[in-house]
Design a protein around this ligand. Structure first.
Ligand code: GFB
Length: 342
């Protein structure tokens, strides 16, 4: 990519998409698309094609498609699968039709089998059954990988696939129940701190291990891959270290300042027992994460606090406006008087 190349980040409002736009901008790429595309429905092929025809992007990062944590995957498997299948399908086809120079499709580490040897190498994809809690979403992501490879094989399309670890960062979905573990724990633990709750319940046993990657570091890795990698085989995008959910909860407890006890709700599912990527190929491109895990968690917590403050301010303004609405306004009085005039 050149600094003036036209680059489209599909899913620019998603956690990874927004981080990509931010990182591209800070590296001096100035011709970016995807920041303001709220009206565009990526599950509609005609809208996607019209967008490509009008904007003519040269490079595409495909970070679109709904995602969510273990509970969202339990509640909405159809929505997650359909959205990711359609989005992937239409963007890949339009990118092929409009001859983009390169496209990087972002899959997910849940595409690997439930009982995969660890760390997971790219060649272990499709060597075993998937984790049931995210099977629908994972199948859609695998279909995306396979579709990229099929376009490459049949038409020589310059499509790449990256497989990120569990991503987190500022601007994450902190909604609580449907979020991934880091933003979900941040919200729930912060609320427990505010209520001075004596204890806090972690979902599952706390034993599963996850490899997390900070969204800004991931964005940097994606840009490097776009510039330096050109193989049909996917490339893992991981930090290289992992942590148990129980250890993660203790770290967040310290950062958030929650003083109660931590306990575990083992009636809830654990999901995959371990998910650690072998990111040797990425290391060979000379990539290393810049941000320490603790600093990345702190930055994410600060972003949560800012978003809460913004919401509180919004709610206060709304209350003020409602109260003001109920007061008789001089203008209204004048209008009424005026109305009575002949
Ligand atoms: O991040 P997470 O929702 O998804 O959960 P997965 C990771 C682990 O944290 C699971 C536990 O063992 C959860 O049971 N956990 C503990 C919590 N407390 C909480 C909490 O408050 N919220 C959440 N969300 N989890 C997802 C897939 O799997 O990984 C998606 O479901 C996606 O499809 C994503 O691929 C990367 O890592 O288990």
């Amino acid at each position: 990519m050149h600094r003036d190349s036209k680059i489209y980040v599909a899913g620019g409002q998603s956690l990874i998409g927004a981080a990509l736009l931010g990182e591209l901008e800070s590296q001096g790429y100035g011709n970016l698309l995807g920041k303001y595309t709220e009206g565009l429905d990526l599950t509609d092929p005609s809208q996607v094609d019209a967008y490509f025809a009008t904007t003519k992007p040269e490079y595409v990062f495909l970070a679109a498609g709904k995602s969510g944590g273990i509970e969202a995957n339990r509640k909405y498997p159809a929505d997650l699968m359909r959205d990711n299948l359609l989005t992937g399908c239409h963007i890949l086809h339009s990118a092929f039709q409009h001859r983009v120079k390169k496209l990087l499709y972002l899959a997910s580490s849940c595409s690997y089998p439930k009982h995969c040897p660890q760390p997971m190498k790219e060649e272990y994809l499709l060597t075993g059954l998937l984790e049931p809690t995210n099977e629908a979403y994972a199948l859609a992501k695998i279909a995306g990988i396979k579709l990229c490879q099929a376009y490459r094989r049949q038409y020589g399309a310059p499509f790449l696939c990256g497989i990120p670890g569990n991503t987190f960062g500022p601007g994450d979905d902190f909604s609580g129940d449907d979020s991934h573990v880091i933003p979900g724990l941040i919200r729930r633990m912060h609320e427990a701190k505010q209520k001075k709750a004596p204890s806090f319940l972690i979902w599952g046993t706390g034993a599963p291990r996850r490899e997390f990657i900070f969204s800004r570091d991931l964005a940097e890795a994606c840009i490097l891959v776009m510039n330096e990698y050109d193989e049909a085989e996917p490339i893992n995008l991981g930090m290289g270290s992992d942590i148990s959910i129980a250890e993660l909860a203790m770290l967040l407890k310290e950062i958030i300042g929650f003083r109660g006890e931590i306990s575990f709700d083992s009636s809830r599912p654990d999901g995959m027992p371990v998910k650690i990527l072998d990111s040797g190929k990425l290391r060979n491109l000379n990539w290393k994460p810049r941000t320490s895990f603790r600093k990345a968690l702190e930055e994410t917590y600060q972003s949560f606090l800012r978003s809460e403050e913004k919401q509180d301010r919004g709610a206060r303004t709304e209350i003020k406006l409602l109260t003001a609405d109920r007061r008789p306004r001089p203008a209204e009085g004048r209008a009424r008087t005026g109305d009575r005039r002949p």
